[in-house]
Design a protein around this ligand. Structure first.
Ligand SMILES: *Cc1c(COP(=O)(O)O)cnc(C)c1O
Length: 368
C-alpha cells in the first residue's frame, strides 16, 4: 500500500466548480485585483474575526509587505527562529534588515528565553513562526515585545484555521502573514498570500504599496511594487475556505490517532500538545534515532515520509556570513537530525493510516 504525502490529486479530483468560476472570470476580463480578489479578501476577513485583509502574490510577499509597512530595513535587526522555511529569513534580508536567530523548544516553536538572549540595541521587531501549524507562546512573545518597544510580525503561513487561546494565529502581532501555497491548509492552486492587521492605516498603506503605490490610475502617493494576488487563485481560495474547518477537523483526528498509536513506542518522541493551541497539523513531525535509516525504510515500504528540514537556517551557506556556527542552537540542531514528517492530511484513509502506523512501529524497532 502506498501512503501518499501529496494529497493534491485527491483534493482536486472533481474540479468542475472551479472550472465553472474560472470560465466566468475569463468572460469578465477582471484579470487584475477586481471583484474576485475582493470577494476572497472579505471571506478571509470574516474567517479572521473581521481584521483588515490585504492579499498578496504569495506568503513570502506577505512577509516582505508586513516588514515594509512597519518601515523595517537597513540598520534594523529582526529576531526569528532558526528552524523555519527559508522565506521567513529571506523576507528579513529582502527588506535590507539583519536576521538574528534563536533556538526553539520541544514543541519545535521559537523559545522566549532564547529570544531574550538575542535582543540587541538594533532590534526593531520579532518575527515568530507558527511552525508546522502549531503555535509558539504568542501571549508571552507579544508581552515581552511590547516591554522592549519591538514590533511583531507573525509568520502564520502554515497556520490558517488554527487557534491560540481561542484567537487566530496572525492576530496577536502588529501584522500576520499567511500563504495559500498548495501545501498549506488553504490551497489556492498556485501561489497566494494575505496580511491581516487591526490597524487601518497599515492596511491602507499595504493596499497601495502592493499595487505600485497608486492612489488613482494617474497618480501614485508612494513608490510601490506589484505584489497582487491573481483572481484565478482568489476564486479557488474563496471556494476552499468554505471547507477549511471541516478539513482541519479531520487532520486533528488523524493527529490524535497517530499520537495515541505512536506515543508508547520506544524510540519515538512526540512534541507535547497544548490545550490552548488548536494546531493545523501542517507538518506531523515525530523524532526518532537513526532518522535517515528510518526514513529510507519507510520509503521502501511506500510510506512517503519527509524531513522538514535537515539543515537549520543558521547553518545554511548564506548564514555563515552572519557569523553563525554549528552548536549555536542545540535544540534546533538536534531536532534537525531526528525529525521525520509523516503524511497526516485529511485525505488519508483509515487503511492508509493503520498501515503507516504498523510500518513506523516495525521500522523504528528494527532500526534502533
Ligand atoms: C510556505 C511558507 C512561507 C512562504 O510562503 P509562500 O507562499 O510559499 O511564499 C513562509 N513561511 C513559512 C513558515 C511557510 O511555511
Amino acid at each position: 500500500m502506498r501512503v501518499p504525502y501529496n494529497y493534491l490529486p485527491r483534493q482536486f479530483a472533481a474540479p468542475d466548480e472551479i472550472l465553472r468560476r474560472w470560465r466566468e472570470l475569463i468572460e469578465s476580463s477582471e484579470y487584475t485585483l477586481g471583484p474576485y480578489v475582493e470577494e476572497f479578501e472579505s471571506r478571509f476577513a470574516a474567517f479572521q474575526q473581521g481584521r483588515f485583509c490585504v492579499s498578496t502574490n504569495c506568503g513570502t510577499d506577505a512577509l516582505i509587505l508586513s516588514l515594509r509597512a512597519l518601515e523595517i530595513g537597513q540598520g534594523d535587526s529582526v529576531i526569528t527562529p532558526c528552524n523555519s522555511f527559508y522565506a521567513t529569513t529571506g523576507a528579513i534580508v529582502a527588506v535590507g534588515a539583519t536576521p538574528v536567530f534563536c533556538d526553539v523548544d520541544d514543541r519545535y516553536q521559537i523559545s522566549l528565553s532564547s529570544m531574550q538572549d538575542a535582543l540587541q540595541p538594533t532590534t526593531k521587531a520579532v518575527l515568530p513562526v507558527h511552525w508546522a501549524g502549531a503555535s509558539p507562546d504568542m501571549l508571552g512573545i507579544t508581552k515581552w515585545a511590547s516591554e522592549h518597544g519591538l514590533r511583531v510580525v507573525e509568520d502564520a503561513c502554515m497556520a490558517i484555521g488554527g487557534q491560540v487561546h481561542g484567537a487566530a494565529p496572525g492576530s496577536f502581532g502588529d501584522l500576520g502573514a499567511f500563504s495559500m501555497h498548495p501545501l498549506k491548509t488553504l490551497n489556492a492552486i498556485g501561489d497566494g498570500g494575505m496580511v491581516i492587521t487591526s490597524d487601518p492605516d497599515l492596511a491602507n498603506w499595504m493596499r497601495k504599496y502592493r499595487n505600485h503605490g497608486m492612489s488613482t490610475r494617474d497618480e501614485i502617493s508612494i513608490w510601490g511594487v506589484n505584489m497582487r494576488m491573481q483572481p484565478l487563485q482568489a476564486i479557488v481560495g474563496s471556494l476552499m475556505i468554505e471547507s477549511l474547518n471541516e478539513r482541519l477537523h479531520r487532520r486533528l483526528e488523524n493527529q490524535r490517532l497517530l499520537d495515541a498509536a505512536l506515543a508508547h513506542i520506544d524510540g519515538i518522541q512526540l512534541p507535547p500538545r497544548e490545550l490552548w493551541n488548536v494546531e493545523t497539523v501542517s507538518l506531523y513531525m515525530i523524532r526518532v534515532q537513526n532518522r535517515d535509516k528510518v526514513l529510507r525504510m519507510l520509503i521502501e515500504r511506500e510510506v512517503e515520509a519527509k524531513v522538514h528540514y535537515p539543515t537549520p537556517l543558521h547553518m545554511q551557506p548564506p548564514a555563515q556570513r552572519l557569523g553563525y556556527r554549528q552548536g549555536d542552537f542545540p535544540n534546533a540542531e538536534q531536532q534537525a537530525r531526528e525529525i521525520i514528517t509523516l503524511p497526516a492530511h485529511e485525505y488519508l484513509t483509515a487503511d492508509e493510516l493503520n498501515y503507516m502506523i504498523e510500518c513506523v512501529a516495525t521500522v523504528v524497532a528494527e532500526s534502533q
